[in-house]
Design a protein around this ligand. Sequence first.
Ligand code: HEC
Length: 106
Amino acid sequence: MARYAFLITLLFTLNTFAQDAPAGLSVFKAKCMMCHGADGQANTTMGRQVNAANLLSADVKKLSAAEMKDVVTNGKGSMPTFSDQLSPEEIDAVVGYVRAMEKNAK
Ligand code: HEC
């Protein structure tokens, strides 16, 4: 039993790493970074112009993954809609990447 638990944990870890990290990062670079910046703090020309949210702020941290997914899918204010550009899997991956950024920044 313990061995299975270990294998499942290992698979889950590899899976999370394989999907969220690289896929999330490449989606972020391609679709989010011009406004939200490489560090998520929106210190970019475009980010300042549209008043993009600081992804490391307390307000964004308290969004659930489902709420964040909804914002990315359907847009909000000057934040564009991504349902026509990204698959639900890519949106999950980029939400995972934003969550990882928030964790790594503290
Ligand atoms: C054109 C610039 C732009 C791009 C590109 C962009 N955003 Fe945003 N984003 C915004 C703006 C502006 C807001 C603030 C929206 C508001 O609160 O009215 C925002 C807000 C957010 C929020 C906070 C929402 C909330 O409810 O507080 C998250 C999370 C977010 N963006 C994630 C992303 C992700 C992930 C991507 C890439 C898939 C992305 N954004 C791409 C401009 C952008």
